[in-house]
Design a protein around this ligand. Structure first.
Ligand SMILES: [Zn+2]
Length: 308
């Protein structure tokens, strides 16, 4: 009896695992996000990576994605389709308005660097400033301090998925290279910005790649998906923790379909996923989830601790 009780406690939700899956929310359901394909493609626009050569930026982005492969328990992989001049982050409005096209028209999954602040480059009166458009960042390739993209964010990953099923349709990542200096901090140092605005690109990309595949923030401190940078010049997130490995292998187990789940309301779905079940098909409703890396000072002994 005692043994059975101990086992039950170990299997209690959240007790054994801390990884979190991002999920959609709608009036009466919540579905965790998942990709159908097991090999996910991406393209990189390095034009705004002002502190690195395009080749360096591409290499660092690839390193960030590669953190999530070869875990031994997942066959998730990535395919770099090469560089692009695409600036648009987010699912095209034409597809949002006509979701029946989503299976026909695919949106590239792009990694972009916003090397200039929109406040410095957008022409006064440009219709991209109209709240109905609100797309100056995509039009100019600049970093916009918008309500959902905090001015102190390092980067964000925008994931678009079907609301009811959680099937991911698109994921794109943008780095704030205007306010932050991204380097390979294993071999390089920042010269343009101070320590609080200096970040290892592969470290940041590894975290964003976790969002790209549908994971949220973990409360395990050594996890790549932990929501804080714990030290200046941090590079530790380049390497997955066991918690991250548990997450990717739970969602994308080798030789099996992605695990899917639904839960009532807005409750988070995490852990070993024994609440998972088959979702009930797609939906004509859509949700874009913005996931932010927000560096913020927090009170404490280490003033350089920052929130992602
Ligand atoms: Zn994050």
């Amino acid at each position: 009896m005692r043994r059975a009780l101990a086992l039950a406690l170990l299997l209690a939700p959240g007790a054994a695992h801390a990884f979190v899956r991002t999920h959609t929310t709608s009036a009466d359901t919540s579905a965790c996000l998942w990709w159908g394909p097991r090999i996910l493609s991406f393209q990189i626009n390095p034009d705004g990576a002002v502190d690195q050569t395009p080749e360096q930026a591409v290499h660092q982005v690839e390193l960030g994605f590669s953190a999530w492969v070869d875990t031994g328990c997942s066959d998730l992989g990535f395919n770099d389709l090469g560089t692009t001049t695409e600036l648009q982050v987010g699912y095209p409005h034409v597809l949002l308005a006509q979701p029946m096209l989503s299976g026909v028209v695919s949106s590239p999954h792009v990694i972009v660097f916003r090397g200039k602040a929109c406040a410095d480059v957008v022409t006064a009166g440009d219709d991209c400033l109209d709240p109905a458009n609100d797309d100056c960042d995509n039009k100019y390739g600049c970093w916009a301090d918008q309500a959902n993209r905090s001015g102190d964010a390092l980067a964000y990953t925008l994931v678009t998925s079907e609301v009811l099923s959680g099937r991911i349709l698109d994921a794109d990542t943008a780095f704030d290279a205007a306010d932050f200096e991204f380097r390979d901090l294993l071999t390089d140092v920042c010269v343009r910005q101070d320590l609080d605005h200096c970040a290892d690109l592969a470290n940041t990309m590894a975290h964003e790649a976790g969002h790209f595949i549908g994971l949220g923030h973990s409360d395990t401190q050594d996890a790549t998906m932990y929501a804080m940078v714990l030290a200046p010049n941090e590079t530790a997130k380049r390497d997955l923790s066991q918690d991250d490995i548990d997450g990717v292998c739970s969602v994308y187990p080798t030789g099996k379909p992605a695990s899917r789940c639904t839960a009532p309301g807005t409750a988070q779905v995490s852990g070993i996923g024994n609440s998972c079940q088959s979702a009930t098909g797609g939906s004509l409703a859509w949700l874009a989830v913005a996931l932010l890396l927000r560096p913020r000072r927090v009170a404490g002994r280490d003033p350089r601790r920052v929130l992602l």
